[in-house]
Design a protein around this ligand. Structure first.
Ligand code: CMP
Length: 138
């Protein structure tokens, strides 16, 4: 089991001014920041990141939204990082997210759901390498 996961604070949460509060929740939950950057995805790069969803009906909407504004990407470290982070962020649809989770507090809708978290150790590695070189991880 890997101890790392990849998160993005999405354009909705950035525009709504929630990035500081979200990072505070992440750090307070015991995650160590291995790498972090503010960036903006082109439609091409957003499409590449979410290529696994290419055949889904919401793919175009997802790519447009994820390239619509600045994001923060970060690699996080903690024992059982992937599962623990998914617990911290809550269900994909904020309407179904538990009280106290990041999505319950800060997400807008299913499509604009404030944060991303890797869904497996394998994808955490792929997604971390998508944003960060070896020189940017500490
Ligand atoms: P995320 O965890 O970043 O991974 C894929 C994203 O697709 C997901 O969060 C949602 O924001 C988005 N998504 C999933 N289902 C839908 C849907 N039915 N309509 C729009 N966006 C969706």
């Amino acid at each position: 089991m890997s101890n790392r996961t990849l998160t993005m604070i999405k354009p909705d949460a950035m525009k709504n001014g929630f990035s500081g509060a979200i990072l505070d929740m992440i750090i307070n939950a015991g995650f160590r920041i291995v790498a972090l950057k503010q960036t903006k995805l082109s439609t091409e790069k957003a499409g590449e990141f979410y290529a696994v969803h290419k055949e889904r009906p919401f793919y175009g909407e997802l790519v447009d939204f994820m390239s619509s504004g600045v994001i923060i990407a970060a690699i996080l470290e903690k024992e059982n990082a992937v599962a623990d982070f998914r617990t911290l962020i809550g269900a994909t649809n904020p309407a179904n997210a538990d009280e106290g989770t990041i999505r319950k507090k800060y997400a807008t809708s299913l499509g604009e759901n404030a944060v991303h978290g890797s869904d497996s150790d394998e994808n955490a590695k792929i997604e971390g390498d998508f944003f960060f070189s070896a020189l940017e991880k500490f």
